[in-house]
Design a protein around this ligand. Sequence first.
Ligand SMILES: *[C@@H]1O[C@H](CO)[C@@H](O)[C@H](O)[C@H]1NC(C)=O
Ligand SMILES: *[C@@H]1O[C@H](CO)[C@@H](O)[C@H](O)[C@H]1NC(C)=O
Length: 426
Amino acid sequence: MVRSTPKHASRTFIFVISCFGLLAAGLVADLLWASSKSSSGYHSIASNWAFDDSRSTVIVPHQQPQKAKEGSAVKDKKKADVPERVLSATFADLPAPELEWEKMAPAPVPRLDGAAIQIKNLLYVFAGYGTIDFVHSHVDVYNFTDNTWGGRFDMPKEMAHSHLGMVTDRRYIYVVTGQYGPQCRGPTARTFVLDTKTKQWSDMPPLPVPRYAPATQLWRGRLHVMGGSGENRHTPALEHWSLAVKNGKALEKEWRSEIPIPRGGPHRACIVVDDRLLVIGGQEGDFMAKPGSPIFKCSRRNEVVFSDVYMLDNEMKWKNLPPMPKPDSHIEFAWVMVNHSIIIVGGTTEKHPITKKMVLVGEVFQFNLDSLKWSVIGKLPYRVKTTLAGFWNGWLYFTSGQRDKGPDDPAPRKVLGEMWRTKLSL
Ligand SMILES: *[C@@H]1O[C@H](CO)[C@@H](O)[C@H](O)[C@H]1NC(C)=O
Ligand SMILES: *[C@@H]1O[C@H](CO)[C@@H](O)[C@H](O)[C@H]1NC(C)=O
């Protein structure tokens, strides 16, 4: 679990490549996935939640990463003497081909940090903040066949409203823990399952402790939940549990402890493919409630965003895969599987080093599981985080989330219900 040294990493890489080679036969089966989003994800986001930076208190309790610290005396002096070179707000944008985006019918409500699961031609969109002081407690459903929204139904009252862990076996949707209530309240351990055929909800054994935005997947008959933040929303959690499940029922009374994840923290994509479990991107730290605030008012804390990709295979040891083209978080439900590639839409990257503002991501990434190579395959209509993505009939869709202030300002602003699609050609 220690992060690999470069040597170890390259060995791992070769090992992984050979594993994927051996699994070529298995890939055929994966093609069957091509037209449906696999399971789903997780997550949600929280980051910049204050719609406007000016409304949130910025508290950076930790030191900046060493680099900044070491040179700080020198830097401070420089700052005083030399007019500072201006670093563009958009410095983190990567070159990306234009894509033609089509605006579809907007979701009935705007939502941030919601969750989504695609089953065949339907995208179930859950929960989320409407505003920082109001959270949704219902599900909206988008039909990719006729491109309409409909079929709204309620969630259980005790279910969390954002930052959920969520995954499907293509009939049942497992909903694990998450944040209960608006602003920066803490998470609940309560866990539920939805039968999408009957729209009936049932209880599942609660997680051993509540988690905020944990990585969640079904793997080898078990519901796996790992990472996320602890109850204060900020402290990265390393624990990993699993529970045997089948047809929407827990087969065990208690969660089992599994190998902890190398780095904790919320807002990661978690995907099972070729019988391997991948955890992609995410961050350490998040907004947390201002001490003593009766409304649990959100206040910003230091965050470190990851580009890491971790993989668990049948050895049950974590290995590193090639990292993303840049650090990316708030992508729990912002991915789809298409033709043996993982496609990731938007997110957040490291904050601006000078202004310290949150920086949103405006690219679409592809991770090709045959070559284990990342690429940037297109630009979004705007930079956006915590989008909810789907794929149907050659079209990549995304809805919801929080977009940037404009082409020249990647800081977060408006919470959206917009739905967009583009024809994908890998
Ligand atoms: C989705 O749309 C298609 C085409 O209008 C329709 O036949 C189907 O019943 C819809 N599915 C649901 C669940 O509404
Ligand atoms: C996926 O592969 C199929 C078969 O090669 C191809 O027809 C299709 O266009 C591919 N899909 C995308 C989105 O590239």
